[in-house]
Design a protein around this ligand. Structure first.
Ligand code: ADP
Length: 784
């Protein structure tokens, strides 16, 4: 015998009452398992009594009672007759229990007046009674163990009074855990016998029955424990599986996100998203659509291996298909089977896709598109599946939003660039068109001057001043346009800065004088050689001096000083004028920026002077900066230029300053389709003593050249019908060795224009309005 069995035998409480001499027990326990009720055994107990002329009472739950009565019938008992005769009483255990409880505990008088009375009635004529009861089990199963034991005690009292054999039904599963074993023993202590679980005829009325019962109880516990463990293991397996799946999904999501981070444009997103999303979800097809104008969705990505999906580029937002509906409603759509697909979307094209999911894409409340995934098999989308697809859609959404912003920025940048370019082109054209009429005006003024006509001297001087002013503005405009288009090239040569400054002062001088400023020039004794385009550098310094004169009240002081500092030449132009507010200092070198644009404060500028200074100085490899203590405290502009390491040779230096000797008068042919320009020039040259003839087109020019030999032909290149190049070629042909020297006059002054005229044999290329001094010195230079 095992330890457990020995202990059990010693532990068990000896039955309090001696067994009935005819039977081995009067109060016993019948155990049952939840799953299997021993109706046969209970029925056997009752039937044996009835058939031995005893009476019986069965107090069972409605779950068990019908089975018990059926088993009685199987044993030959006429149940209905017995009930009618009153030898068999049946009661609903729950109802009977309710009738004897008071404040949740079995009440002795209630018990006696209900159950006690029924049992006494059954034994009225001295007959023995058999009772089967489950009320104690109902209480025990509810956890009212003390109430169950109290009820057992009431039954025991009844047993003392009435010839009764009582079988109590208990469910073994109600005795759970160690506390259950203890409780079971207390129940057994109230009984004389225990019949273990099972529906056979065990006849167990002794201790081994009790032992088996307790072993069964232990076994039940083991089974319950095993079942619990299995459930826990299953739950753990499921949790682990879910964790693995979540991890895998996270990794796939991460892969999609990192691939999409490389997408810049919307097309990039379309190209990358399709295949990546398809791989991540294991879908058979994927479509990514974004909204477009006209109530349409544009399909950015279409990746599918479905042979029946035709490539199409657009879908109407109103289309009765899942993709469009998900976009319209903003709600995801999940379709598990082809039947569902056909039923919900009867108008959709036939497809071999059996299940699909469509997730609308929202970012910050904006509808950016929709992501649709198709599968060739039927599948139901779990909550996890749906969340995963929606996460993917969100990632695609971020990429779409980035792409959209990028493309918008690129479009506005392109628009800006285009507008800027149009403006530059317009300014270049404007400068060109303004310059053309200035040429004849200037020439006419020269002629008036040469004629020595003094009657309109004041008006002539005034016109000359104004025309020069307009010319300067136009020049600035043209120069800035050339610089922005990269067309301005410097003619650099070694030059001594004194000569440059002299030129700058000559230009700015009239304004300085006009405004009664005091000019202080502070230069070192030794020459300052730099490698520069003398004209352009003088223009830059001249602009600073002009500004100093403009923005200083009459009678101010302007100081120019220059000195060598290490490898640089530092040029400072300082004034005692209005000064510059700190906020404007970083902007005044930009084109068209003026501190005060009001008409009262206009000084006849376009806001281009400083932009030109900056560009010209930078083209020379230098820098320009401004400093001012603020409004009313004067300004200081500093130019810093690289110097030449050594002074150039005197020969080299002289070449740039030498002058040519004057020479004899020339026979000059002037060809220009602008009669004013041609006549004015002819008048001016004639006034100087040159012989001139004028032609207004190519044909006339050829005719005049045929009649006589000219020393020089001044040709406008832009002639109608036959251009200046053609005229020059033909004159050269017809004149042979006595061909004149050709000088080009034109509104176009780019480097290419110069190169082209040089190639065509022109000795020089003058840009309108022409520099008269230069023209005269060209005429005077000896024939080659
Ligand atoms: P503009 O003289 O045609 O207006 P600039 O480009 O030469 O254009 O100068 C830009 C602006 O900088 C001027 O409008 C003026 O307000 C300011 N500025 C330039 N030089 C000076 C100076 N010496 N003193 C004070 N302000 C100046």
């Amino acid at each position: 015998m095992t330890d457990f069995a020995t202990r059990l035998l010693t532990d068990l409480v000896t039955p309090e009452r001696p067994a009935d001499p005819r039977d081995s027990w009067t109060h016993a326990v019948q155990l049952s398992a939840c799953a299997e009720f021993p109706s046969g055994r209970v029925a056997g107990f009752l039937s044996d009594g009835l058939q031995a002329n005893e009476t019986a009472i069965a107090i069972a739950t409605t779950r068990h009672l019908p089975g018990i009565l059926a088993a009685c019938r199987d044993r030959g008992v006429d149940v209905s007759a017995a009930q009618e005769r009153g030898t068999l009483v049946t009661l609903d255990a729950d109802e009977a229990l309710a009738g004897l409880l008071h404040a949740g505990r079995p009440d002795q008088s209630l018990f006696n007046s209900t159950i006690g009375r029924a049992v006494e009635r059954l034994s009225a004529d001295g007959r023995r009674v058999r009772a089967y009861g489950e009320m104690v089990d109902v209480l025990w199963s509810r956890g009212d163990t003390q109430a169950a034991l109290d009820l057992e005690a009431l039954w025991n009292e009844l047993l003392d009074r009435v010839p009764l054999r009582l079988l109590c039904g208990y469910t073994i599963d109600a005795f759970e855990g160690d506390a259950g074993v203890e409780g079971f023993r207390r129940v057994c202590a109230q009984h004389q016998s225990v019949t273990p679980v099972g529906d056979g005829d065990s006849g167990a009325t002794d201790v081994p029955g009790l032992l088996v019962a307790e072993l069964q109880l232990r076994n039940t516990h083991v089974q319950a424990e095993t079942a619990r463990r299995h459930r826990a293991e299953d739950a753990e397996r499921v949790a682990r599986e879910q964790a693995r799946e979540s991890h895998e999904r996270l990794e796939r999501l991460h892969a999609v996100t990192s691939v999409l981070s490389g997408a810049v444009t919307l097309d990039d997103v379309g190209r990358l998203a399709g295949s990546e999303v398809m791989r991540a979800v294991g879908a058979s097809s994927v479509v990514l659509a974004v909204p477009e104008a006209e109530q349409r969705l544009r399909l950015l990505a279409q990746d599918h291996s479905s042979p029946d999906t035709a490539d199409y580029a657009h879908v109407s937002i109103d289309a009765q298909i899942p993709l469009a509906e998900a976009y319209r409603t903003g709600l995801p759509i999940w379709i598990d089977s082809s039947i569902e697909l056909r039923t919900r979307y009867p108008d959709a094209l036939p497809t071999i896709t059996r299940s699909l999911g469509c997730a609308p894409i929202h970012i910050a409340g904006r509808r950016l598109g929709v992501l649709a995934l198709g599968f060739f098999d039927e599948r139901s989308f779990s909550a996890l599946d749906q969340a995963f697809v929606q996460d993917l859609a969100r990632q695609v959404g971020f990429a779409l939003e980035r792409g959209r912003l990028y493309e918008e920025a690129r479009r506005s940048e392109a628009r800006l660039r285009e507008a800027n370019q149009r403006k530059d082109e317009f300014l270049a054209l404007l400068g060109h068109e303004l310059r053309n009429p200035l040429a004849p005006i200037m020439t006419a003024l020269q002629v008036m001057k040469l004629r020595g006509d003094t009657s309109s001297e004041r008006e002539r001087a005034m016109i000359e001043r104004q025309v020069k002013h307009v010319s300067r503005l136009v020049d600035d405009l043209m120069d800035v346009s050339r610089i922005t288009q990269g067309k301005l090239e410097l003619k650099k040569a070694p030059v001594e800065f004194n000569a440059v400054l002299a030129q700058a002062i000559e230009w700015a001088g009239p304004l300085i004088e006009q405004r009664f400023h005091h000019l202080v020039v502070d230069m070192p004794r030794e020459p300052l050689w730099i490698n520069a385009d003398a004209v352009r550098l003088a223009q830059a310094v001249g602009n600073l001096l002009t500004n100093a004169a403009k923005y200083t009240d009459r009678g101010g002081q302007i100081t120019v000083c220059a000195r060598r500092e290490a490898d640089s030449l530092l040029i400072v132009v300082r004034d005692t004028g209005v000064g510059i507010a700190p906020a404007m200092m970083s902007r005044i070198f930009e084109r068209f920026v003026q501190v005060d644009r009001t008409m009262e404060n206009a000084h006849g500028g376009l806001g281009l002077g400083l932009a030109l200074v900056k560009s010209l100085i930078e083209l020379h490899g230098g820098t320009v900066a401004v400093a001012s203590e603020g409004r009313g405290h004067g300004s200081e502009f500093r130019i810093c230029l690289p110097t030449l390491a050594a002074s150039p040779s005197p020969v080299e230096a002289g070449r740039h300053h030498g002058r040519l000797d004057p020479s004899a008068l020339r026979r000059v042919l002037i060809v220009d389709d602008n009669p004013d320009a041609a006549d004015a020039l002819a008048d001016m040259l004639a006034a100087l003593g040159h012989e001139t003839e004028v032609a207004y087109d190519g044909v006339e020019a050829l005719a005049r050249a045929r009649g006589r030999d000219f020393d020089v032909a001044i040709l406008d290149l832009n002639l109608p019908v036959m251009d200046g190049y053609e005229v020059a070629r033909r004159i050269r042909e017809q004149s042979g060795s006595s061909s004149p020297r050709f000088i080009a006059v034109t509104g176009f002054g780019t480097q290419e224009d110069h190169a082209r005229s040089r190639e065509a044999g022109f000795v020089d290329h003058l840009v309108k309005p022409i520099d008269c001094e230069r023209l005269l010195s060209l005429l005077e230079s000896p024939r080659a």
